[in-house]
Design a protein around this ligand. Structure first.
Ligand SMILES: Nc1ncnc2c1ncn2[C@@H]1O[C@H](COP(=O)(O)OP(=O)(O)O)[C@@H](O)[C@H]1O
Ligand SMILES: O=C(O)[C@@H](O)C(=O)COP(=O)(O)O
Length: 426
């Protein structure tokens, strides 16, 4: 019976959280889309990967509520809403609308948000989100193709997405430990605050926060992978969770699909291309008809025997801007996502068994096209990105959040899998 149930608004976010839970020894199953039927797992945590980050808020609420009801009907004690550590949201939501819907469903009036991810340099101080040394609004997220983040003040951002009261939990409270943090949370709740934005700059702050939320017995918490994993561990600790046996990734030809426009991914693409073949697909070409995807598959098939190949949407900023001018933001994105899905199917038909996908929206499109419904969490490539293993179809899949990983991420991904196959520890 799972103790912790998580609802993630995209796939890379879900695997990020699932990987963090597994790292803490918590047996975790990841399911794609709103589940139906029995959980069919003895895991202590279940992470449901939705694709609701950029959906309409009605759709995001509906899918999240159905997931919540399914999780509760299978006994989960705590519900975690996982969103991006850069608080990615459209102007109408969906963080506020989904959290409000879940609070109402759980008959609760208070929840805590903490997107901080110190290992990936996302910190929250005085309610402001930093990426490295920059405010969120001065990071690459200001130019995201679908969820540009131009305000670093999370109280203001969330306040514009919910009619409920938003309050702050400052760092100088959290640093004093779980007791004072829990007391402050209770005060905020009594004063009518529904959403608390918690500061956190170090892992230790997140541990204090998680222990305080567990002590307050709040049924819902929200934010990034570190807070979800810490809260899950606090909830599960009492029940004595066992470790998860690692799944065995299949062997076979390797490929990378890139739809991410993040700055880190752009650097990683350049690094990969210095060693292995890369084909760039302009969004205008894929929107014009199936020909460019068919040609890309022919090209990939000719190179697969030599080592990994990469097909990347042209996500250099000037290419994205030009495609959006010609096609419009949504049509450009959906044409690229559909192309990535077709490429994934075509590559697996041509023998690919190890596939890395870069970008959350892109990963959602690829998983859907491949018909992947459930994965086990395998060896970690870098913080936030584990390999996952799907049984049906039999594939090793890595879903990389756009901003994660060092410049050689794609090269390291395959090396890590080869190392794991030889039984090498991380
Ligand atoms: N050239 C392009 N023009 C417009 N949109 C693009 C282009 N290339 C990729 N996209 C879209 O940008 C979005 C990137 O989001 P995502 O996959 O979540 O990655 P990331 O958040 O790392 O940028 C996807 O919807 C993708 O289809
Ligand atoms: O919290 C994070 O940063 C990630 O888990 C995440 O959600 C990534 O989203 P994408 O950048 O769209 O991959």
């Amino acid at each position: 019976m799972p103790v912790l149930g998580c609802i993630a608004d995209d796939i890379t976010g879900a695997t990020d959280l699932a990987g963090a839970l597994v790292r803490r020894g918590i047996a975790t199953t990841q399911i794609f889309g709103v589940p139906e039927g029995p959980p069919d797992t003895d895991a202590d945590a279940v992470v449901i990967a939705l694709k609701t980050r950029t959906a309409t808020s009605a759709e995001a609420r509906e899918q999240s509520l159905r997931s919540c009801r399914w999780l509760r009907s299978h006994g989960v004690q705590g519900l975690y809403l996982k969103y991006c550590s850069t608080f990615d949201s459209t102007s109408e939501g969906n963080i506020g609308p989904v959290t409000d819907a879940l609070l109402a469903e759980l008959a609760s009036s208070l929840t805590v948000h903490c997107p901080a991810y110190p290992a990936n340099a996302r910190t929250v101080y005085l309610g402001h989100l930093f990426v490295g040394r920059s405010l969120l609004s001065e990071s690459g997220m200001a130019n995201h193709p679908l969820t540009p983040m131009r305000d670093p003040d999370l109280l203001r951002v969330l306040g514009s997405q919910t009619p409920a009261a938003v309050g702050a939990l400052p760092l100088d409270v959290t640093t004093h430990g779980p007791g004072p943090t829990a007391a402050h949370l209770a005060d905020l709740g009594r004063a009518g605050t529904a959403h608390v934005i918690a500061d956190a700059v170090r892992d230790e702050d997140i541990e204090h926060l998680a222990a305080a939320v567990a002590a307050c017995e709040l049924p819902l918490a929200a934010g990034g992978a570190p807070f979800g994993a810490a809260w899950g561990a606090a909830l599960i600790r009492a029940t004595g969770a066992g470790g998860a046996a690692p799944p065995v990734p299949p062997d076979g030809p390797s490929a990378v699909l890139v739809g991410s426009a993040s700055q880190a991914t752009l650097r990683q693409v350049e690094s990969f291309a210095r060693r292995w073949p890369l084909l760039r697909l302009p969004a205008e070409d894929v929107a014009a008809g199936p020909g460019s995807v068919d040609a890309a598959l022919e090209w990939a098939a000719a190179h697969l025997g030599d080592g990994p190949v990469m097909v990347a949407a042209d996500t250099r900023p000037e290419a994205v801007a030009a495609a959006q001018r010609t096609l419009g933001r949504e049509r450009a994105a959906s044409a690229v996502e559909e192309a990535m899905g077709r490429l994934a199917v075509g590559l697996t038909e041509r023998g690919v068994r190890r596939l890395v996908v870069a970008g959350g929206e892109t990963s959602g499109a690829v998983a859907r096209a491949l018909g992947v419904t459930r994965v086990r969490i395998g060896p970690e490539i870098c913080t936030g990105v584990p390999w996952t293993v799907s049984e049906r179809p039999g594939l090793a899949l890595a879903f990389k959040s756009g901003n994660f990983g060092g410049d050689d991420f794609f090269l390291e991904a395959f090396a890590r899998l080869d190392g794991a196959a030889r039984g090498e520890p991380r």
